[in-house]
Every structure is written in structure tokens, then in C-alpha cells.
Design a binder for this molecule. Structure first.
Ligand code: 5GP
Ligand code: MN
Length: 341
């Protein structure tokens, strides 16, 4: 494969994102832990999004570059990301007795949401890299930066510390994480480094326009069918400032939905003029509904989700709500109303 010249990340990171003393110590410990490990596994959160998958693959490819084989584990993921380098190497199953001497968790705030947490917990050493403010610091080493717009953006600092070359392949995975978590460099979490890094990636041949087209502008047919249902059922509350919609399991069966086909449906409500909070519920078995919340520019939805045992970011968060549709809907709308002013 065509490996292009390394990016001069030192130039980008020197002034703005140079790790502080504490981060430098963490990076040093992390490097030692990685160097000493021979059996490494990479884990991420359930229902993995572009940042989860992009971060996982970039770490996998980076480790490979320094001569370390790693196992990636995701029971399922959206086929929209199958084009990414290394995606075919993702394992959907792991042997029950498998034992790793290093487990790395990416883009995941707590063990409860980590797919494969049992192997993570049994590993001799663990590293957590994440950008959720609600991170529980569940690793031996935790590198968490809640102002970073994507886990993939934090990895740039780490890769540069490890002196790993950001190849076209690694850059493709990293930018996928950044693009999906920032809605295409749009959300308020973006930093100057986000754009500078994108510029450098273009220079090494990463095809950002076609990656954007694939991960931001393409819908699977089931996702489009679900979107129609979500739009038809949209309800507005609080003078049009809260949007609410949902899908249940029957809807997903009807359209033959596969992993990831519900992604992005919460954005339909957010796009309506005047809406500040968009709420989307997705049925998960008899027990209840998974809630996705988005806000436009004011309400901290992470605080709302935290009350239900979930979390996330100020403008994008989630939680699980027990009960039938009516109950779950009343609970989440009732709580959200309290946070509107
Ligand atoms: P989504 O609505 O796309 O599932 O998630 C939005 C954001 O909230 C993501 O950053 C995701 O990791 C986080 N998130 C979603 N559900 C939960 C949850 O149940 N617990 C926690 N801690 N974070 C969540
Ligand atoms: Mn993320």
C-alpha cells in the first residue's frame, strides 16, 4: 500500500496541544505498558459509531506499524464503515477463556457500556482513552480529554508521542472518527487543531470528500425507511423547543434493519427551526427504551441523561429508560422540560 510521507504533527501540536506534565507522565507510562505487552486487545462502546470504529482501527493499524498484533472486538457494527482499512480484521466473537496482557478501551465512558468488558476486566493491564466528560476512569491508565471533539483527535497526540507515522490508512480511520463526532467539522467542540489536522491529512492523500460522502451523506435503505417513520411521528413540546420521536422493535423488523441503521435518526428533530433539544427513543426489548438526546446550543443533555444513569457530551448524550413507550416518553420529556431555561 502507498504509504505517504509523515505529517509534521510537531508543527501542529507544538503551541496548542502540547501535552501538559501530567499528560506527559501518562503518555510515558502508556508507552511502557504497550512496549511490554504481547497480547493486546482493543474494545469500544456498544452500538459503535464512527468515532468508536475509526479510533479502534487507527490504534490497530498504529500498533501493527510498531510490530504489535492486536485483536479488535465488536459483536456488530454498521456496514457503512466496512470500507475502512482493517475493518475486515474486526472479530465479532472472542474465546471465553481468552486472556490479554493489555486491553485498551476507546471512546467509552464506563465499563457498563464497554462491549467485551469481561475480557477487559480480566486483562493484566488496561488503558482507557476517551473524550467523555462523564468518563469513570476505569483503566489502570486513563487518558481522558473531555474538550476534545472526538476520541480520534486525542489519538493524534498519542500517536505522535509514540512516533507513529500517520499513514493514509491511519489518517482515513482518524478522520472518520472526527467527521462523525463533529457532524462534518460543524459542532462547537471543533478546535483549530481539528481543521489543521484535516489539512495535513489531505496533504498525505486522505480522501476526506469521499469519506464524508460515505459516512455523513449516505443512508442505508432501512435507515431511510426508519427516518420516514421518525419524521411522521415527530411531536413538538414547549412551544416547539423540544422535538420527540421514536422507533420500536417492530419498526426495525419491518424494514429489515441491521446494526447501526438507527444512527442519526435523532438529528431529524434537531434540524427543525426553533428546536433546542431533540429526543429520540429506540426500543430495546421488553425492558425499555434507549434515549438519544441532542441539543442545539444551550441545554446540557449530558446532565439530563446522567440522571437516568447515562451520560455523554453537553450536546449529545444517551441513557436507558425503563418502561413502555408512554412511560419512557413521559419520564424523559418531563425531565427535559425542567432543564429548558
Ligand atoms: P447516541 O445518542 O449517539 O447513542 O450517543 C450520544 C453520546 O452519548 C455518545 O457520545 C455516547 O457515547 C454517549 N452515550 C449514549 N448512551 C450512553 C449511556 O447509556 N451512557 C453513557 N455514559 N453515555 C452514553
Ligand atoms: Mn466519540
Amino acid at each position: 500500500m502507498n504509504i505517504l510521507k509523515p505529517i509534521d504533527l510537531t508543527k501542529i501540536l507544538k503551541n496548542k496541544e502540547e501535552p501538559n506534565d501530567k499528560e506527559n507522565k501518562t503518555l510515558k507510562d502508556m508507552k511502557k505498558m504497550v512496549e511490554e505487552a504481547s497480547k493486546i486487545a482493543i474494545f469500544t462502546h456498544e452500538s459503535p459509531d464512527g468515532d468508536a470504529i475509526g479510533s479502534t482501527l487507527s490504534v490497530y493499524l498504529a500498533l501493527k506499524q510498531i510490530g504489535k498484533e492486536a485483536t479488535m472486538y465488536m459483536p456488530e457494527h454498521s456496514r457503512l464503515f466496512d470500507f475502512l482499512p482493517g475493518a475486515k480484521e474486526i472479530k465479532t466473537e472472542l474465546n471465553e477463556n481468552e486472556q490479554f496482557d493489555l486491553a485498551i478501551a476507546l471512546d467509552c465512558s464506563d465499563l457498563k457500556r464497554l462491549e467485551g468488558s469481561e475480557w477487559f476486566e480480566n486483562a493484566a493491564n488496561t488503558i482507557v482513552v476517551d473524550h467523555h466528560g462523564t468518563n469513570m476512569m476505569f483503566g489502570d491508565i486513563n487518558f481522558v480529554n473531555s474538550v476534545s471533539p472526538a476520541c480520534a483527535q486525542i489519538l493524534i497526540t498519542i500517536l505522535e508521542y509514540f512516533e507513529i507515522e500517520i499513514t493514509k490508512e491511519i489518517g482515513t480511520c482518524l478522520v472518520t472518527g472526527i467527521l462523525t463526532d463533529t457532524g462534518g467539522f460543524q459542532y462547537e467542540g471543533v478546535t483549530p487543531e481539528t481543521y489543521e489536522f484535516a489539512g495535513e491529512l489531505l496533504r498525505v492523500g486522505v480522501d476526506i470528500p469521499s469519506i464524508s460522502a460515505r459516512v455523513l451523506q449516505t443512508r442505508t435503505m432501512p435507515n431511510f425507511e426508519l427516518l420516514k417513520k421518525v419524521a411522521n411521528r415527530m411531536e413538538l413540546f414547549e412551544n416547539g423547543r423540544i422535538a420527540f420521536s421514536y422507533i420500536d422493535e417492530k419498526d426495525e423488523e419491518e424494514v429489515n434493519a441491521e446494526a447501526g441503521d438507527h444512527e442519526g435518526l435523532v438529528d431529524v428533530g434537531r434540524s427543525i427551526e426553533g428546536v433546542e433539544v431533540s429526543i429520540f427513543l429506540r426500543q430495546k426489548g421488553e425492558e425499555g427504551y434507549k434515549a438519544s438526546l441532542r441539543s442545539v446550543n444551550k441545554v446540557n443533555v449530558s446532565d439530563i441523561c446522567y440522571l437516568f444513569g447515562g451520560g455523554g457530551h453537553p450536546r449529545a448524550a444517551g441513557c436507558f429508560i425503563k418502561g413502555n413507550l408512554e412511560q419512557a416518553k413521559n419520564k424523559i420529556i418531563g425531565e427535559t422540560k425542567k432543564w429548558m431555561d
